[in-house]
Design a protein around this ligand. Structure first.
Ligand code: NOJ
Ligand code: CA
Length: 679
């Protein structure tokens, strides 16, 4: 039986068992993972306050941590709670990703639903639902409709996460003006302030944890505020009114997730966040097309061209056609054109009401450009920069998507450049409000955009986005996002991204989902003159290390034309995979990732290191036993290093098999890329 058939059968016959009990109020409830190693225990104390604790192999991972919700218009859910019901359930289901870092997914968990009811006062009730997987835990609040609770005006979640052991944390600050675009801190957990999620922790025992959320729908993003010691409390992103979240009951919050692994790579391989998202809601999504793209882009970031009209305007018809022809000649599916539409003149930053999403500048013949693209089998990647003015964009949304749909544009990059807290949305009464990028109103906005795009079979790639929480499972046209410091910081310099940046992203931001990082810089001259912390081989490795179904070849075309040997890897590397393995690595130090191409037998490997040059001995036991492969190796050349010699690269071939061990040598700030061509 083929794997595919086996997966289908398993999906049709989910193994589900139920057990419910509603006898005497109890003070505790427990559930374990399918392999019995992870346990969650929910307890109430003598004042009726509820907590949960997580342990693994009998050792605490999260010490007892508080549960609860606080409202703006009624008393909080926190005291006088009793466990009045508990129900358990097992699920073991296979499902398939239409595109992704892996095709076959397995959702195997044990669920515990605990009903907490107030023993005094209004006697309201709510459920907390835990799902325990072999690689971690997800839980959420599920509030039924009940007298006096038709709506929830949530002031704050009282959810806590108390890390049981001393740990190192990798984190970026929350509520700062530059949104998610900060260099990661690496500190003892006791030195974390207010952090965004995902946050990554490594305990003194070497256990790796990632705290994040799944299925952020119609709610505010969750941040973590350290209260004291190793205790964190949820800090929801503010809303546009007194409440951080306004919803009607019945309502379930997003899942709060804790991924747990001995290996750093175990976090990367975990499917927990996707498993906690709802299945595909769009039906046939065969029109969603993973692809590489080039674009009229890097040259703006280097100040050689402008988004604005004028003598240096980048988005001209001729320049776009040059990019389309280059893409077609190199098997690249898309061409991004930024600055094509009216609104970029003057101070576009934070001034979104000037943008038209349907009117091109006169020197950009959008009909001719898209016609030429279609003839070449290439699609334009559309661009909607909003400067954070979501309300202005929404007013044009349907027309904007209809135009792209008519022209055969298959994907659009959206952008929300504005300081945190300076996005603009309208409330139901039509009033304009300043909003946080991850507040409930922006979460709703992004959902509208994704749905409007889907109507025209368009995929979406938001920059300055809401963080990824695995919604690509439900909306497979939500293909990628930015949401971290991308390559553009290297164009600007002062400072660019540090040499450990990518080896940090793998185990932090990228745990949330695909990132439009925009790799592939061969030229390496920066606006400020500060050197980029990379080698050429590392730029190639990023195509494997950083997963995204939309993957840019971000450099100027002439830089690819002048280095055709290195560019061959960019031409070859796929963007869609059957399987992904995080073979070796340490958070913020190095990462070795291997992926097997979708529907093929070739494997690709990417390895990146921080400032430290290192050699990793890598057993090739992931290759098919007994089969021979030609390893096409792109490694840092003699004397390579990011400070003085970033371009030195050695390209060579070797015959290898699963029994061999390769020595992966990387220069300071360097990396290595390999294609294993199956015989
Ligand atoms: C920020 C985005 O990250 C970048 O890619 C884009 O070029 C600018 N905004 C302009 O939209
Ligand atoms: Ca950005």
């Amino acid at each position: 039986m083929s794997n595919r058939l086996a997966g289908l059968l398993a999906a049709l016959l989910p193994l589900a068992t139920f057990a419910t009990s509603a006898a005497e109020p109890r003070t505790s409830a427990r559930i374990a993972s399918p392999d019995a190693r992870i346990t969650v225990e929910v307890t109430t104390d003598n004042e009726g306050r509820a907590s949960y604790a997580v342990s693994r192999d009998g050792r605490p991972v999260l010490a007892p941590s508080r549960l609860g919700l606080m409202f703006t218009d009624t008393r909080k859910f926190e005291r006088n709670l009793a466990i009045v019901e508990q129900a358990t359930r097992t699920q073991d289901e296979r499902w398939e990703q239409p595109w992704g870092e892996r095709r076959q997914m397995r959702d195997h968990h044990n669920e515990l639903r605990v009903t907490l009811a107030e023993t005094a006062g209004p006697k309201r009730r709510f459920d907390v639902v835990f799902r325990v997987f072999d690689d971690g835990v997800g839980f959420r609040y599920d509030v039924p409709k009940q007298p006096g609770l038709d709506r929830l005006s949530i002031a704050e979640e009282l959810t806590e996460f108390e890390i049981a052991d001393a740990a190192t944390a990798w984190w970026i600050p929350a509520f700062e003006w530059n949104r998610e675009e900060y260099i990661y801190h690496r500190t003892p957990v006791e030195e974390v302030g207010q952090a965004q999620t995902p946050i990554t922790l490594r305990t003194v025992d070497g256990l790796h944890l990632s705290i994040h959320e799944a299925a952020l729908v119609d709610y505010s993003g969750m941040n973590l505020a350290r209260v004291d010691g190793r205790r964190f409390r949820a800090a929801l992103t503010p809303g546009i009114g007194a409440a951080k979240v306004e919803v009607a009951t019945p309502f379930a919050t997003p899942w709060r997730t804790i991924q747990i692994s001995d290996r750093a790579g175990g976090l990367v391989e975990s499917g927990l966040v996707l498993n906690l998202n709802a299945p595909n809601a769009l039906g046939d999504v065969s029109w969603v097309r993973p692809m590489k793209y080039v674009g009229i882009w890097w040259e703006m970031h280097l100040d050689r061209k402008t988004w604005a009209s004028g003598p240096k305007h980048g988005a001209t018809t001729a320049h776009a056609i040059r990019h389309i022809d280059f893409a077609a000649a190199n098997g690249i599916g898309g061409v991004l054109v930024e600055g094509w539409n009216v609104g970029w003149d003057g101070d576009w930053f934070g001034n979104g009401e000037t943008f038209s999403f349907t009117q091109p500048y006169p020197d950009f013949d959008i009909e001719a450009v898209t016609r030429h693209a279609r003839e070449q089998g290439v699609t334009l990647i559309g661009h909607h920069e909003t400067s954070g003015h979501a309300a202005h964009y929404e007013a044009q949304l349907d027309d904007a998507m209809a135009l792209y749909g008519r022209l055969g544009v298959q994907a659009v990059k959206t952008g929300y450049v504005a300081d945190a807290g300076q996005a603009k949305v309208r409330s139901d009464d039509g009033a304009l409000h300043y909003a946080w990028h991850e507040g409930q109103s922006m979460v709703r906005h992004h959902q509208r955009v994704v749905e409007a795009a889907a109507q025209h079979r368009i995929s979406v790639n938001p920059h300055e986005p809401v963080k990824d929480t695995g919604l690509r499972r439900t909306y497979p046209n939500l293909v990628a996002r930015e949401g971290a410091r991308g390559m553009e910081y290297n164009a600007w310099g002062q400072p660019g991204n540090p040499p450990e940046h990518e080896a940090t992203l793998v185990y932090t931001r990228l745990l949330a989902g695909p990132m439009d990082f925009t790799p592939g810089i061969f030229g390496m001259d920066t606006k400020s003159g500060t050197p980029m912390a990379t080698t050429l081989a590392k730029q190639l490795a990023l195509y494997v290390v950083i997963y995204s179904p939309l993957q840019m070849a971000a450099d100027l075309l002439e830089h690819y034309e002048s280095r055709p040997e290195a560019f061959q890897f960019v031409r070859d590397v796929p963007v869609d995979w059957d399987d992904t393995l995080a073979l070796d690595g340490a958070v913020g130090e190095y990462a070795v990732i291997a992926r097997r191409e979708r529907g093929g037998d070739d494997w690709y490997l990417g390895a990146v290191t921080d400032d430290t040059a290192r050699t990793v001995a890598l057993p090739l036991d992931f290759l098919e036993p007994g089969r021979r492969y030609t390893a096409q190796i792109y490694r840092d050349g003699d004397g390579a290093g990011w400070r003085t010699n970033p371009h030195a690269i050695a390209i060579e071939s070797r015959e290898v098999g699963a029994g061999d061990t390769l020595s992966i040598a990387m220069a300071s700030g360097g990396g290595q890329a390999i294609r294993f061509v199956a015989h």
